[in-house]
Design a protein around this ligand. Structure first.
Ligand code: HEM
Length: 313
């Protein structure tokens, strides 16, 4: 088994691939904040007692992003895209969801992810390194197939499905519990561009397109939860789930740009470990590592420690 990596190792490996640029998020560097309202269904309330699942509409902060660590990455290139949510709860606290267009993660551990980043480091020996890596990780071919959306150029941030990948334990009012995975499904359906058309688009076309779309009407996503079956792993985000039991837990209506946040010393971090009563993180090692890696990224992009803002592990 590989030695345990530190958050610094992860940031160094991300930097070597062109990410972790000072002043920007280490990954998903280019993104835009939006405002919206989330309204849960009655079914959600029966699965978890979490405050935002009661059915009362809650304000939600949303960030769409290009997965690259390069803040000037062209939108018209195939890549992972991100959708992160921050629900405002009645007691003044928040709870987050962090999702991306890949259906499964590339690795079951932080070590595996850092190993992949190291193999991808651009240099004259990259093809040899990558070939060696792929020969030792045949499972990755399966995940490339499952992650088809990542190899394509979307027509819009509003025409992509996003997946939160980790399992969370939803606990209901009587203490009953089940593990679930989250999926954000666009009401507009999934739509992609032909590669040639995508490559011709402006560098920021995904943000421009979404802003234009929002001038006419809100953009709606369904928030679906997939309930784990007996053979579905709750600790390995690189494994797809077999369960077909999916529940629509609510609807998110994105109404426009957020202009209030991330000015001056305001710091926004979407951290999947920021759960609330009624939702518990699983023992997935990638999920638990993310808070520590995100804290390093925050230090790099803002110059300050996260302190009490970070979920307590
Ligand atoms: C060991 C694994 C991972 C590492 C080291 C890692 C690293 C990072 C870092 C450093 C950031 C920037 C954080 C910030 O400055 O606020 C980031 C952002 C992000 N990551 Fe990860 N990540 C990992 C796994 C994942 C997984 C599994 C997902 C998908 C569910 C994911 C989705 C995202 C998203 C959506 C953002 C952008 C959040 C925003 O818009 O602010 N990451 N990641």
């Amino acid at each position: 088994m590989a030695d345990a990596v530190t958050p610094n190792d992860a940031i160094a490996a991300i930097r070597a691939t062109g990410g972790a640029q000072p002043g920007y998020r280490a990954l998903h560097a280019k993104g835009t904040l939006y405002r919206g309202t989330f309204t849960a269904t009655a079914e959600a309330a029966s699965l978890s007692r979490a405050a935002h699942l009661s059915g009362e509409p809650v304000e939600t902060l949303v960030r769409f992003s290009n997965g690259s660590g390069n803040p000037r990455q062209r939108d018209g290139l195939p890549h992972v895209r991100g959708m992160a949510l921050k629900f405002s709860l009645p007691d003044g606290s928040t709870t987050d969801v962090s999702a991306q267009t890949a259906r499964v993660f590339t690795s079951s551990t932080p070590e595996g992810f850092v190993e992949l980043l190291n193999a991808l480091r651009p240099s004259i020996s990259t093809p040899i390194r990558l070939t060696k890596y792929l020969a030792g990780h045949r499972g990755l071919f399966k995940s490339v197939r499952a992650n088809g959306a990542v190899t394509r150029i979307p027509a819009s941030y509003a025409t992509l499905e996003y997946h939160a990948l980790h399992a969370f334990r939803w606990v209901d009012a009587s203490g009953g519990a089940r593990f679930v995975r989250y999926h954000l499904v666009p009401e507009a359906g999934e739509q992609f561009l032909a590669l040639r058309d995508g490559l011709r688009r402006d560098a920021d076309f995904l943000t421009d397109e979404l802003n234009e779309r929002l001038r006419d009407q809100p953009v709606r996503f369904q928030y679906r939860v997939q309930i784990a079956g007996p053979d579905d792993s709750t600790v390995d985000p690189s494994q797809p789930w077999q369960s077909t039991q999916t529940v629509t837990a609510g609807h998110l209506d994105i109404t426009g740009l957020d202009t209030a946040r991330e000015h001056g010393d305001d710091i926004v971090v979407f951290d999947p470990m920021r759960v609330t009563d009624g939702i518990e993180p699983s023992d997935d090692p990638v999920l638990r590592f993310r808070t520590r890696a995100y804290s390093e990224s925050v230090k790099l992009r803002t110059g300050v420690e996260r302190g009490a803002e970070a979920p307590q592990l």
